[in-house]
Design a protein around this ligand. Structure first.
Ligand SMILES: [Zn+2]
Ligand SMILES: [Zn+2]
Length: 150
C-alpha cells in the first residue's frame, strides 16, 4: 500500500458498526462494504452482485439485500429511489464525497451533483428547525437531457 492510497474509511467504520450491532463479520459482508466504499455514486443490488462476481466473489442477491437492510438500519447507507420501484444504494458520507442526486423519472438515470450554496442553505436551515440535524439528502426529479430532447 502506498501512502497516497486511500484507506477504505467508510468500509472499516461500517464493519465495526455492524459488528457492534451484533452482526457476524463475514467475507461477503466485507467484500460488499469495500465495493460500496470505492464507488463515487450509488449502485443497484444487481450491479453490486455483478461487480462482486467479476472479483470472483459470488454473493447471492438475497445476501446483498440483507446487507443493504442491515446498513440502512444502522444509518450508514442511503437508499436512492429512482422510480418504477428501482432502488440504488450508497454510503452515507458527510465529509469528502458528500453529494446529492438528480433523478430522471423517465429512464431512471441517476446523476450526482454538489452545490456549496445548497450546503450553506441547509446549514442555516438546520439552526432554525426543531431538529438536531445529523444527515440530509436531496433528490431532484425531472427529465434528463436525453429524455427531455426525445
Ligand atoms: Zn450518489
Ligand atoms: Zn432520462
Amino acid at each position: 500500500m502506498t501512502s497516497t492510497e486511500q484507506r477504505p474509511v467508510w468500509a472499516e467504520h461500517a464493519a465495526q458498526a455492524l459488528a457492534e450491532a451484533g452482526y457476524r463479520r463475514g467475507g461477503a459482508r466485507r467484500a460488499i462494504l469495500e465495493l460500496l466504499d470505492e464507488q463515487s455514486c450509488a449502485l443497484s443490488a444487481v450491479e453490486i452482485q455483478e461487480a462482486l462476481s467479476r472479483r470472483n466473489r459470488d454473493v447471492s442477491r438475497s445476501s446483498v439485500y440483507r446487507v443493504m437492510e442491515e446498513l440502512e438500519e444502522i444509518g450508514l447507507l442511503q437508499r436512492v429511489e429512482i422510480g418504477q420501484g428501482m432502488v440504488r444504494y450508497e454510503p452515507v458520507r458527510s465529509g469528502p464525497g458528500h453529494h446529492h442526486h438528480l433523478v430522471c423519472d423517465r429512464c431512471g438515470r441517476l446523476q450526482p451533483f454538489t452545490d456549496d450554496g445548497l450546503e450553506r442553505a441547509i446549514r442555516r436551515l438546520s439552526d432554525r428547525v426543531p431538529l438536531h440535524v445529523s444527515e440530509h439528502e436531496i433528490v431532484i426529479h425531472g427529465a434528463c437531457e436525453t429524455c427531455a430532447a426525445a
